[in-house]
Design a protein around this ligand. Sequence first.
Ligand SMILES: NC(=O)c1ccc[n+]([C@@H]2O[C@H](COP(=O)([O-])OP(=O)(O)OC[C@H]3O[C@@H](n4cnc5c(N)ncnc54)[C@H](OP(=O)(O)O)[C@@H]3O)[C@@H](O)[C@H]2O)c1
Length: 283
Amino acid sequence: MKILVTGAGGMLGQALVPCLESRGHVVTGLTKEDLDVTDFAKVMEAFSGLAPELVIHSAAYTKVDQAESEPDLAYLVNGYGTENVAVACSHLQIPMVYISTDYVFDGKRNSPYTTWDQTAPISIYGKSKLAGETAVQRHLNQFYILRTSWLYGPNGRNFVDTILDLSTKQKTLRVVADQWGTPTCTLSLSETIADLIVTERFGVYHATDGGVTNWCEFARQIVSGRDVPVEAIETKDMPRPATRPKYSVLDKTTLIQAIGREVLPWQEALSTYLDLLKEKQPV
Ligand SMILES: NC(=O)c1ccc[n+]([C@@H]2O[C@H](COP(=O)([O-])OP(=O)(O)OC[C@H]3O[C@@H](n4cnc5c(N)ncnc54)[C@H](OP(=O)(O)O)[C@@H]3O)[C@@H](O)[C@H]2O)c1
């Protein structure tokens, strides 16, 4: 397929483009510098010129805490920007993949959210991403909305790299243990996306790695083997501008049915990523 990826300079975009290419697709990755999705005329021009058969919209405003103080920008990129992409896809009569988030849920459920559960975002970021979902569904019949969570991977600011870095600088780490979810590696998510887009089973999907954990246990797994204790704290001990869902595990039954395989347990995906980091370290 001829595929256009927006936000190709981002963490997911940088994993996704080579993954799709390895499957034989012809991929054009556009970074923010190449294409600002908030400029509708530019979006139309780029899409018409490149004539893709599918667009994967990975560009987003992703600063969860900062969004609380600049909601207009979060909505501009995640709401209107996504609407621009959806309208351009509608003009070209091509399907679109929209990468969404577990933060569209309020986290009060305490059992995995299904794709038909009611959304109720509790942060500006979550609300703006939901605005993007609504725009996609308003303009297109053929779309994949993929909600993912707790992303980490090569080439991006992420929790795994931060914890590894802090473990070399601090004697003890303090990490919240009362927010539950599923870490997801951009490498395994890219494989999932590549599997899903050839199914033509359009719809809303939950696409994370497998299993459940909290940030503290995740951090302990990241530094396991290192002599750095990770102290469990509560969210109230570390106030942040944006409220996070307490529980945002996503039920992946629909995805597993569509791609015909299980997803990778988060521990396995993490172990692969940590091995990759070790390989990259200078000896
Ligand atoms: N990271 C997570 O934990 C997480 C969890 C769930 C869902 N998601 C979703 O997954 C997708 C990929 O996230 P990610 O972690 O790869 O985020 P990321 O690294 O921040 O990538 C997003 C990219 O979009 C670019 N961008 C921002 N505004 C833009 C605009 N107006 N036009 C075009 N590009 C623009 C960013 O550029 P600048 O950096 O230069 O602004 C960045 O390169 C996003 O849709 C995000 O909402 C992420």
